[in-house]
Design a protein around this ligand. Structure first.
Ligand code: NI
Length: 185
């Protein structure tokens, strides 16, 4: 089932999300719905707060990029109770967008190497060092679990430049091809 994506201004996007228990109701169905919602909106990642749930569940699909980055062929993964333990490596700037911030794309600086822990779809625990594009997407998505969005990383000047678009979203205006839930709806 395709779910509406919560847009900037929705309080759930600013909450610190919580770990879930292994018996969280209908978890499998929730994950399927998140994949379907992400695919429909043509995103590479989606965090549960973006569908209104303040829990630490993230889906990532990098298969869509595998024409340019063959190492991500068939890469579709869910990360449950996901946490970043450490950010390091080199600081790299890259353009980012977000399904909860339609129409905004800005360059964001992030480290290119991280250490993360999470549970996979079988609720098995992993601790990994991740680099490159996946480290970028994970930081963006896992930020959502801390109540952060990529615009929080921008300079005051860049923030000023997108203020009009943000204010429009707060008034319920969001132009995109997928179903959204703004504060006014
Ligand atoms: Ni996002």
């Amino acid at each position: 089932m395709i779910l509406p994506i919560y847009v900037y201004g929705q309080p759930v996007l600013r909450k610190v999300a919580e770990d879930i228990a292994p018996d969280y109701p209908n978890l499998k169905e929730l994950i399927e719905n998140m994949f379907e919602t992400m695919d429909h909106a043509e995103g590479v990642g989606l965090a549960a707060p973006q569908i209104g749930l303040p829990i630490r569940v993230v889906v990532i699909n990098l298969d869509v990029l595998s024409e340019d980055l063959p190492e991500y062929k068939d890469f579709r993964k869910v990360y449950i109770n996901a946490h970043i333990l450490e950010v390091g490596g080199e600081t790299v700037s890259m353009d980012e967008g977000c399904l909860s911030l339609p129409g905004i794309h800005e360059s964001v600086k992030r480290g290119d190497k991280i250490r993360v822990k999470y549970l996979d779809e079988n609720l098995e625990e992993h601790e990994e060092v991740v680099e490159g594009y996946l480290a970028r997407v994970m930081q963006h998505e896992f930020d959502h679990l801390e109540g952060k969005m990529f615009i929080d990383h921008l300079s005051p000047l860049r923030k000023q430049m997108i203020k009009g678009k943000l204010n429009a979203m707060l008034k319920g205006k969001a132009h995109c091809t997928y179903k959204v839930k703004t504060v006014k709806k």
